[in-house]
Design a protein around this ligand. Structure first.
Ligand code: PNS
Length: 159
């Protein structure tokens, strides 16, 4: 069985993330979406909410599993016998830090990192920008799946 992981914060998942997950799901038998628990950074959505949203929007992919993780990504991979990390690269500016992480992870356990060029439609897209634009009433309906748009609208109405 060929397994890979798509890791991230996913606060919340965007169409850019979904595009990478969908492409990984075509290349691998099993894709684990690993949602990082970062106790020092309070997100807009809690971990369980993020996981619920990702499960909802990836429901059409039978080989995608969604799980939380804390600690090192390489340990998550080792525990599940996952030899590959799949990451989207939006622009050259992503490359420096992604290369450092890929080389660190390779040095730690030998796990490979595969970079997938982001669909140009989403090359400017990030969860942070989506939240900022949505906070000020901008239209993000073309940038996130409908379930995420609903969740964002409800959450920002409460804030
Ligand atoms: O969506 P993000 O916030 O850009 O995702 C970053 C993430 C979760 C992929 C990265 O921070 C990570 O892998 N964190 C886990 C901790 C870890 O393994 N750190 C060492 C990286 S070399």
């Amino acid at each position: 069985m060929r397994r890979a992981v798509c890791p991230g914060s996913f606060d919340p998942i965007t169409n850019g993330h979904l595009d990478i997950i969908a492409r990984a799901a075509r290349l691998y038998d099993e894709v684990h979406v690993a949602v990082m628990i970062n106790k020092s950074k309070k997100g807009l959505f809690g971990i369980e909410e993020r996981i619920e949203l990702i499960r909802e929007v990836t429901a059409g992919y039978a080989n995608v599993r969604v799980e939380a993780f804390h600690g090192l990504l390489v340990d998550f991979c080792k525990e599940r016998d996952i030899p590959a990390i799949v990451k989207g690269l939006r622009a050259v500016s992503d490359f420096d830090y992604e290369l450092q992480m890929a080389q660190m992870n390779m040095g730690l356990t030998g796990v490979e990192t595969l970079f997938v060029p982001t669909n140009p439609t989403y090359s400017f897209l990030s969860s942070s920008l989506v939240k900022e634009v949505a906070t000020w009433g901008g239209d993000v309906s073309h940038l996130v799946p409908p379930a995420v748009l609903d969740a964002l609208t409800q959450r920002l109405r409460k804030e």
